[in-house]
Design a protein around this ligand. Structure first.
Ligand code: HEC
Ligand SMILES: [Cu+2]
Length: 496
């Protein structure tokens, strides 16, 4: 009896479980069928959007983008794109034969709205050596247009497609060897705006990452050939934004004013590397994940796959230079994946104070202190130091602060950090050197005949420490033995 009872109970449980499962399954079926209906209808809708009239597409070279579509109706949009194989600058002293869509890397930006019928003509300049084609990820159709657009030098091909899905899409050449065509710069972005256009913002820019493989190492001078082995090994010599080192730094930096909302259309042409896209000193208010319709908010770093894109938006609130990087950080500081956005306007100390106060941090605390092993520490606040004392103190600061970049004997690192040893640049102008340590330095400089174009951040040192560290540098490694005083530092600070 007892056993029977137990079995009955089990059966009941089973039944319950079973009906529970079937209920969930039914709900799932209902939900999935509903969403698939929704999705289908929206796709069908886009394909049924009627066009009214014809217009020529405005195409722009990076970092610019064409005017937004706003609320214009869907149209027949004429796009004429020319493939050009041409020599260009990879970095100072280094050139490369780029294969381009429209003469720039990345290629011309194409801006459409959902429902447009794009009539696309790809022409291959007669001086080019190779056939090319285009695969646009915004195309619904075989090869994204690649098979219909394959074109020999001196010819042109036309095909058309209707934009069905809003989003930001990569286009690229898909002619064999595909990897090589992409590695030579054959990629760009096409934006398909939703009905009514994307929300208005103040500034819009076009940024696209790419990795390059050259016979010579990073910085090797002269015309560099493509290196197939390195490309297969994914061993990039250059990882850059907009086709070259420095395309977005110094005078080429992007700009915005405080209070403005900036939207970046960011693509990654690859061919190999995934981008960890980040802007130092900003948080993305919005990210259209992978260039699609899903919006994430408050993002620090967004991943952009090779052959993928992202739309990031942020309001700039604080003046200064924001550094745009691939946060796979050696790529930024050693391979070129570094850009800048200069923000102008009034400081807002409430949002960002800068250094408020600097004090001596003493982990041992209390009054019972032992004499530090190197006498230098004790005399930090001493005012009348001898040259020897200053040099000793300066060496200490150097090892903690400058060493990481300028190296132990001031020799620097090729293509990244200029030497301080026997530096003609350093020895020529002490005020300039003080200014660099006080305020940091970006832009092109020539040290001992070699160009550097990188970023030295502002060093958080007291005037006293700056005087000491520079005195040490000037009195080491064959430099001109200047004794830098606090007074000199203060003069530079106050602009005399
Ligand atoms: C994060 C790396 C980094 C650190 C740390 C750094 N520097 Fe630099 N420094 C650079 C870079 C990069 C440049 C070149 C900037 C450019 O290209 O415009 C530079 C340039 C200079 C120059 C002028 C060029 C030359 O070679 O004469 C001086 C002087 C200098 N730094 C001194 C210092 C001193 C002193 C310190 C420590 C207090 C220091 N730097 C810390 C990266 C760094
Ligand atoms: Cu090609």
């Amino acid at each position: 009896m007892l056993i029977l009872n137990l079995i009955q109970k089990k059966m009941k449980n089973l039944q319950l479980n079973f009906s529970g499962i079937s209920f969930i399954a039914l709900a799932l079926i209902l939900i999935t069928s509903c969403t698939s209906i929704d999705k289908k209808t929206s796709v069908i809708d886009a394909s049924k959007i009627a066009i009214s009239g014809t217009m020529d597409a405005e195409l722009t070279a990076p970092p610019h983008v064409p005017k937004s579509v706003g609320d214009r109706a869907a149209k027949k949009l004429i796009v004429n794109m020319e493939v050009l194989e041409q020599e260009g600058t990879m970095t100072d002293g280094t050139t490369y034969i780029y294969w381009t869509f429209g003469g720039s890397v990345p290629g011309s930006f194409i801006r459409t709205r959902v429902g447009d019928e794009v009539e696309f003509t790809l022409s291959n300049h007669p001086d080019n050596k190779l056939p090319h084609n285009i695969d646009l990820h915004a195309v619904t159709g075989p090869g994204g247009g690649a098979t219909s657009s394959f074109v020999a030098p001196g010819h042109e091909k036309t095909f058309s497609f209707k934009t069905l899905n809003p989003g930001l899409y990569v286009y690229h050449c898909a002619t064999a060897p595909v990897g090589m065509h992409i590695a030579n710069g054959m990629y760009g972005l096409i934006l398909v705006e939703p009905e009514g256009g994307l929300p208005k913002v103040d500034k819009e820019y076009y940024v696209m990452q790419g990795d390059f493989y050259t016979k010579g190492e990073n910085g090797a001078p002269g015309l560099q050939a493509f290196d197939m082995k390195k490309a297969v090994d994914e061993d990039a010599d250059y990882v850059v934004f907009n086709g070259k080192v420095g395309a977005l730094t110094g005078d080429n930096a992007l700009t915005a004013n405080i209070g403005e909302t900036v939207r970046l259309y960011v693509g990654n042409g690859g061919p190999n590397l995934v981008s960890s896209f980040h802007v130092i000193g900003e948080i993305f208010d919005k990210v259209h994940i992978e260039g699609g319709s899903l919006i994430n908010e408050n993002v620090q770093t967004t991943l952009i796959p090779a052959g993928g894109a992202s739309i990031v938006e942020f309001k700039v609130d604080v003046p200064g230079t924001l550094i745009i990087v691939d946060h796979s950080i050696f790529r930024a500081f050693n391979k070129g994946a570094l850009g800048m956005l200069k923000v102008k306007g009034e400081e807002n100390k409430q949002l960002y104070s800068g250094v408020i106060q600097e004090g001596i941090y003493n982990p041992e605390g209390g009054t019972l202190q032992e004499m530090p092993p190197d006498a230098s520490k004790k005399v930090t606040l001493k005012t009348n130091k001898t040259l020897k004392e200053k040099i000793a103190l300066g060496k200490n600061i150097y090892t903690k602060t400058c060493f990481a970049c300028h190296q132990a004997n001031g020799e620097g690192i090729a293509n990244a950090f200029p030497p301080l040893a026997k530096s003609d640049y350093l020895n020529a102008d002490v005020k300039r050197a003080i200014d660099i340590v006080l305020n940091g330095k970006t832009g092109e400089i020539i040290v001992n005949g070699t160009k550097y174009n990188s970023v030295m951040t502002k060093q958080t040192l007291t005037d006293d420490e700056i005087a000491d560290v520079l005195t040490y540098v000037y009195n080491s490694w064959g430099n001109n033995k200047t004794n830098v005083t606090v007074h000199m530092v203060q003069e530079v600070k106050s602009g005399h």
